[in-house]
Design a protein. Sequence first.
Length: 439
Amino acid sequence: MQSLSGLKFDPDFKRNYTINFAKPIAQSPTYYEAYPATYNPDKQNRIVERIPKSKLNEKKMREMLGGIKTTHPNMELVYEWYKDEFYIYLVHEGCLEMNLEARLAAVKMLKETHAAIIVRQVLRALNYCRTNSIVYQALRPSQILFPSGYESLKVKVANPEMAILLSQCSTGPLETGELPYYEPPEALSGKTEMESAMWSLGAITYRMVTTKVPFDGKKPDDVRKSVGKGTISFIQAYFGNKQDCQDFISRLITSREKRMTPEEALNHPWIVKNTAEFVQKEASLSPAIVKALVKFADMEDLKRVLLSFLVSTLEARELETATKTFMALDKNSDGKLTKEELKEGMKTFAEADKLLEFLEKADQDQSGDINYREFCVASLGNSICKNKDKLAKGFSFLDKNKDGFISPDKLLEILKPFNTAVTQGELKKLIDKVDINKD
């Protein structure tokens, strides 16, 4: 591992992460590089993405990084960001190596049902993006990740914050160093549209159910000319008995005004028919989770704030039940739970009358609904509070100078990446409530 001692990083960055600069995982010649990293406090894998400041609009960059808060079960989680004189560093989940591009290189093509299951999850992520005005210039197979391994078919879309930065801060077409197989006509000319990723998803779907891309060429200009013509060849050998799939792709690889929205695509017959069994496996609201939600509403304020941090240290397998439940409750797949969706899920439980109290306590960003991270914090809070190892690890991390104490300043600094609405003054009041000896 290359030492960070010679770089002008934030001290916490040097202390918390070991980065292997010798083995880049992904890189664009002009825009970014991604490296494997280890989060030193608990030895979990991370990815550190390095973006040159020279490629970003400084003012817009600060606005974007100040508002990082994407939270959806099908979107890769960005933990925090740092900067030095020359670069911005985004720290996110460590699963870039297992992606759809690598999977297709190994197996050539996927079963139709497997392709539909993957596409449905990507559509859920894109619907969240649409709701939150997050725009991808293009989506590629390498950005569709398998954090739990290929066999599970559970995917996340990578780099939502990279998409925000590059689409809203850059000054021209995205340069990736790759052939533009999945870039819609508007992206090739440097324009950013909300519907661009839907065109890309159509091209990715075509690739998954065949062994080919819909628009080919040996050079970038050859591919661009093919994309510009817009003529798709649905080869009989692949699409002879896949009329629904062909219709699905045709309604994505089309002009912007005719493209399906993510919500429309989620209700397309090809998705509905091929994912019915997979959807049934999504967990409904169980008595255990309802009990956890009620206990969360009754917790002390400081506990709820600290749980935001502790949940961020959990691995994907530890979040599985909460993730399945959230996805089952999120009926319109927009990445948030409204009062109506929660009410529908809890209507058969006696604790339904505590719904409003739960909403008020769990809604940390005060948006009026519950996002994925907030739901995980609430549903897993009770079990974390009973886990001594998790609590000890959390305290050890928060106690940066190892003096056995946690001050409001320390807490506020740690909690900043998790977008809790608490202020320094409010945090001090919360600590005073539990600080028995007033030290």
